[in-house]
Write a protein that binds this ligand. Structure first.
Ligand code: G6P
Length: 611
């Protein structure tokens, strides 16, 4: 969380930083700030968004070729002007921006206070700024040495960029746990939490690793560990297009991303699913496939929407490949002393590839000797680099904080792995395997068909936009879809919503149902269809409002429900890919009609790099 940007080179830094911060605003938007080095270091920062920062600096002279900027998701200290980054050290030698958490900050702060340091903010970042300065002044060392020594004293996570006012042609950056990418231009360097602020200037990037310190001095880059070992930078070429990170005519990134799903599912299958053979090839898993085929157990870990995709994965793996699966919140898994066997396969799912709890859970599983695989969207992010092997979802950049196309891409990857394993383990017959591949390849067109009914969802949204509570019900494969539908609604519209397995309704939530309660039922035809019809009757008997997702041509539920949203027929194991789409659109329109900031919902951030 928090987005950081830095620039050093021959252009004006400020416009590059502001544009970069706007691209990173999905990472946090409680406050924003910038520091420009031009003889002296000038800091401007305020509570609110990057647009508020622009307003603040409108009449200021922002010229300078070196600058750093920050957009914050508050951890230590409430979001206000003082706690906003950048933070200057007490004697003004250093200015710093930081993404992450310094866990031992209160002990360090106490020691610095004992030595006369006075703090203005409540942040852990100001502690780091003052620690660097203390070492710099006391040890009479260079800024680079002071940064490296300070970082050896720090416990926690950081992506930092540091300006030292005494060493003018220089920027220092360091990373541990929080992502940092360096873009290499012609006589200029860019720093950012991810590549989106960089791609319009250069495609050559270095992904910093943990404990790396990068120094740009007099137009030269040097990369070291915090212990002063010199490293050879590995330069990668970005496979990202600027058009992919712009709204392309849609009102919000979320809507654009919902509408991209036929393309993103297709891209995720491209080159992997061959329907005329038919075969599924997953290059990223090639070397580990023998171990995966023999797996006695699969543990899937993730957070938020990625965890919901993992739940769909559980049903897919158990059904197609007959391998027992456990799905765990990464945060619970890592702290509860889990039993991990050497022949377990752990699959970590993450859109960003940076979620702190998922990363920590991966490290734990690796230490226990399990094979750890990743399903990630952001190429070059931390999780793909920490795992033994994996499969990228090729969904393209997801900017809207509420995850949409990443979910369907993750489920597509899970379906491909489960089907491939089913074939290799002999738990699917050739006919079943062939039929499933055919169904999977038909999904993108069916997604388009659902999207074309957009206006119908808008009308339903208008009717229920003022509801205070929603219940989402589903069984089997559609239980995780119900959870995801409820999450989408609550995170962007702030309406309380709960997802439940439909059969559990009678053990509690049924008490909530009255004539004001919309109940969204995912009633796609599968082996529990008759049961879900009964659940709908139970809701109607209590005067609840039923909005049902049904297969095209379903007349039974049509006659009972208040509203239906039809999806094309498919294999029921793959239908989560379809059923989730009306739910995404319903949430989107309700949130827009309630005047909510859809792309940047309050208190949330897209990339949760704190624990
Ligand atoms: C945040 C985001 C969610 C996302 C979750 C996990 O809470 O707002 O949309 O599902 O993190 O993120 P990951 O990048 O690991 O999938």
């Amino acid at each position: 969380m928090c987005g950081i940007v830095g620039y050093i080179g021959k252009r004006q830094a400020y416009p590059i930083i502001i544009k970069g911060l706007k691209r990173l605003e999905y990472r946090g938007y409680d406050s924003a700030g910038v520091a420009i080095l031009n003889g002296e270091t000038r800091i401007f920062k305020c509570k609110g968004k990057v647009s508020d920062l622009e307003e603040l600096t409108k009449k200021e002279d922002m010229t300078g070729f070196i600058g750093i900027g920050h957009t914050r998701w508050a951890t230590h200290g409430e979001p206000n002007d003082v706690n906003a980054h950048p933070h200057a050290s007490m004697n003004g030698h250093f200015v710093i921006i930081h993404n992450g958490i310094i866990e031992n900050y209160s002990r360090l702060k106490q020691r610095l206070e004992d030595r006369g340091y006075i703090f203005k903010s409540e942040t852990d970042t100001e502690v780091l700024a003052n620690l660097i300065e203390y070492i710099y002044m006391k040890g009479n060392v260079s800024a680079e040495i002071a940064v490296r020594l300070a970082l050896t004293k720090v416990i926690g996570a950081y992506g930092i960029i540091v300006i030292c006012k005494d060493e003018k042609e220089q920027l220092i950056a360091a990373r541990k746990g929080s992502p940092l990418v360096i873009g290499i231009g012609d006589g200029e360097y860019f720093f950012a939490s991810d590549a989106t602020p960089i791609v319009e200037y250069t495609h050559s990037v270095i992904y910093m690793n943990d404990n790396n310190v990068a120094v740009i001095k007099n137009n030269d880059l040097s990369l070291k560990t915090i212990h002063n070992d010199t490293l050879t930078p590995e330069v990668h070429t970005l496979d990202l297009d600027i058009g992919e990170i712009e709204k392309g005519g849609f009102d919000h990134f979320m809507l654009k991303e919902i509408f991209e799903q036929s393309r993103s599912i297709l891209d995720t299958m491209r080159g992997r699913v061959v329907s005329d053979n038919p075969e599924i090839t997953l290059g990223g898993l090639y070397h580990v496939m023998p171990r995966l085929i023999e797996a006695k157990r699969i543990i899937i870990i993730g957070c938020g929407t990625s965890w919901h995709a993992g739940l769909v994965g559980e049903y897919l793996f158990e059904e197609f490949a007959r391998i027992p699966v456990e799905v765990e919140y990464a945060s619970e898994f890592r702290y509860r002393n889990p039993v991990i066997f050497k022949d377990d396969v752990v699959i970590a799912i993450s859109q960003s590839g940076e979620t702190a709890d998922t990363l920590a859970a991966i490290k734990l599983a690796k230490e226990a000797g399990a094979l750890v695989l990743g399903i990630c969207n952001v190429v070059g992010s931390s999780i793909p680099r920490e795992t033994h092997a994996g499969v990228y979802t090729h969904a393209g950049p997801e900017i809207g904080v509420a995850s949409t196309k990443a979910f369907t891409a993750q489920v597509t990857v899970l379906a491909m792995i489960a089907m491939h394993l089913g074939d290799k383990r002999g738990t699917l017959t050739k006919e079943e395997y062939t039929a499933l591949i055919k169904h999977l390849t038909e999904i993108p067109n069916k997604v388009d068909k659902i999207l074309s009914k957009n206006e119908e969802y808008k009308e339903i949204a208008a009717l229920y936009k003022n509801s205070n509570n929603f219940l989402y019900l589903g069984r089997g494969y559609y239980f995780p879809v119900a959870l995801e539908g409820a999450l989408k609604l609550k995170e962007i519209s702030y309406i309380h919503a709960e997802g439940y397995p439909a059969a559990e309704m009678k053990h509690g939530p049924i008490a909530l149902i009255d004539e004001k309660m919309p109940v969204v039922v995912i009633a796609v035809k599968d082996n529990t269809y008759d049961k879900i019809v009964s659940n709908i009757q139970e809701v109607k008997a209590r005067k609840g409002i039923v909005i049902a997702i049904v297969n095209e041509g379903d007349t039974v539920i049509k006659s009972m429900a208040d509203h239906i949203m039809e999806i094309p027929n498919s294999d029921f194991a793959l239908a989560p890919l379809l059923a989730v789409i009306p739910l995404q659109l319903l949430s989107y329109y309700i949130a827009v009609m309630r005047g909510c900031n859809v792309d940047q919902p309050r208190n949330l951030a897209k990339s949760v790099t704190v624990e």
